[in-house]
Design a protein around this ligand. Structure first.
Ligand code: IMP
Ligand code: MG
Length: 178
């Protein structure tokens, strides 16, 4: 285990099972549709690459990168750093996100993508922290509900570190610099 990790919350095996189950649901729900997986960089990239391999129906993928304006988290205003390449017209868009907390980021992105006339738009998040919710956003597919605790690994970072850990863990308190 990494020296900065206090405890492991989800092992690689638990994550695999969760992602597999999500893939089965998506396969069933999107058969015969024009599925486009839209992943939000960078946090969701590990989840995306595992999830897409659990999807056996035809699908396309695309990525976008956003960053929250510093100090404006309360408005949920985000800046698009990299936009999608696909036109969404006619696609059944499934947003693939790592973790849904306040919901501000996804609220902004969902509204933006909806304005581009996709056939449908839904959200798949690996982790959901319902206690943190501020914006009126709910995910259609949720891997696991997690307590209001800061987690890292499997794509999730703290100051850009720990994304490469193959498990989900909680950092030792001294790492957060409290
Ligand atoms: P929201 O706009 O508050 O829902 O923010 C969601 C984003 O915050 C995620 O995409 C993550 O980048 C980040 N985030 C929220 N909770 C955590 C966590 O526990 N660990 C790492 N990143 C988190
Ligand atoms: Mg993120």
């Amino acid at each position: 285990m990494h020296k900065d990790i206090e405890r492991v919350l989800y092992s690689p095996d638990q994550l695999r099972q969760t992602v597999h189950a999500l893939g089965e649901r998506i396969n069933a729900d999107y058969t015969g549709r024009s599925l486009l997986l839209v992943s939000i960089l960078k946090g969701a990239v590990v989840f995306m690459t595992d999830l897409m391999r659990e999807i056996s129906i035809p699908c396309q993928i695309d990525f976008m990168a956003v960053s929250s304006y510093e100090g404006t988290r309360s408005t949920g205003e985000v800046r698009i750093v990299k936009d999608l390449e696909s036109s969404l017209e006619g696609f059944d868009v499934l947003i693939v996100e790592d973790i849904l907390d306040s919901g501000r980021t996804l609220n902004y992105i969902t509204n933006l993508l909806r304005s581009r006339n996709p056939a449908s738009i839904r959200i798949c998040t690996l982790f959901d922290k319902p206690e943190g919710r501020v914006a009126p956003i709910h995910a259609d597919y949720v891997g696991m509900q997690v307590p209001n605790e800061f987690i890292v690994g499997y794509g999730l970072d703290y100051n850009e570190k720990y994304r490469n850990l193959p498990y989900i863990g909680v950092l030792k308190p001294e790492i957060y610099g409290v």
